[in-house]
Design a protein around this ligand. Structure first.
Ligand SMILES: C[S@@+](CC[C@H](N)C(=O)[O-])C[C@H]1O[C@@H](n2cnc3c(N)ncnc32)[C@H](O)[C@@H]1O
Length: 263
């Protein structure tokens, strides 16, 4: 593996810290009691980081998202780890009946709500909801979405790397939220590489990386966990998983894109 690829997380970390350190410290000075709440500090840091980073990461994923979201997303959509609501920019809106954003970091909510409103999704109209739970809080999510098997399209974009108990959580989301016969999951995730040297460096960087990037792990085979998650079969004719076009294999952020549809 090239040294520049091995060291790439360092430049991302340095860039992120440079951009966020001042606003982060000034927010801490205004609310010093935050230092007693590590999870709130992490939420604050990530929400500040995603202001400059979110648009860049979105731009980098644009062509993959365009292949994935507008042709397939339909009906009631649940966006896991909605961030600042970038998924909304890709939906084919006439085909969407309701957009539900799940985002456990409340500091991100204002941006999701205003982006949703821009496209005509509001709570008042009944075609929008926002859920302040983690993806792992499955019983609470089921209650808020109106019951089991009520989602047509589950979307996860760069989120499964950050959720606790990922395999169990993915299983629960797929098996308890998706409608039968046509319910689908659309995903774009960076995952553990099948190349041994790349996966070694992904595991090496993860303990440092996750401290600054909201718990994000570089070494998770999320695409495999999704594929294995269903208690039923995926519809072979409609399901597909692919690599990000033009991405070198020797990449610590190695992406897989996919659409898996319930039979
Ligand atoms: C890298 S960002 C991606 C945001 C968005 N999906 C996008 O593509 O712009 C990961 C998001 O996952 C959220 N997240 C972190 N832990 C989570 C959890 N346990 N359940 C659901 N989302 C979570 C973070 O707050 C963050 O907004």
């Amino acid at each position: 593996m090239k040294l520049s690829a091995i060291l790439s997380p360092l430049s991302d970390l340095r860039g992120g810290l440079t951009l966020v350190l001042l606003p982060f410290l000034s927010a801490l000075l205004k609310h010093p009691s935050l230092i007693f709440h590590p999870s709130k500090i992490s939420d604050l840091f990530f929400s500040l980081l995603w202001i400059p980073y979110g648009d860049g990461v979105d731009g980098n994923a644009k062509s993959s998202k365009e292949d994935l979201i507008p042709p397939y997303a339909y009906g009631v959509v649940l966006d896991i780890g909605a961030g600042h609501g970038h998924t909304l920019d890709y939906l084919d809106h006439p085909r969407i009946t309701k957009f539900i954003a799940l985002e456990p970091n409340e500091r991100m909510h204002a941006r999701i709500i205003s982006r949703a409103a821009k496209y005509g999704y509001t709570k008042a109209k009944g075609n929008f909801d926002i859920i302040l739970y983690g993806a792992e809080e499955i019983d609470k999510i089921i209650t808020q979405i109106g019951g089991e098997h009520s989602i047509d399209t589950l979307i996860t974009i760069l989120t499964l790397c950050s959720i606790p108990s990922p395999q169990k959580t993915i299983n629960s989301l797929v098996n308890r939220t998706l409608k039968p016969a046509g319910g689908q999951i659309l995903f774009y995730e960076h995952v553990r590489s099948h190349l041994r040297d790349v996966s070694f460096w992904q595991a090496f960087w993860t303990p440092v990386w996750k401290r600054f990037f909201g718990g994000c792990r570089l070494d998770q085979p999320s695409h495999i966990w999704i594929e294995q998650s269903t208690e039923w079969d995926w519809s072979e004719g409609h399901s597909r998983m692919w690599v990000k076009e033009g991405e070198p294999e020797e990449h610590l952020f190695w992406h897989r894109v996919g659409r898996l549809v319930r039979k």
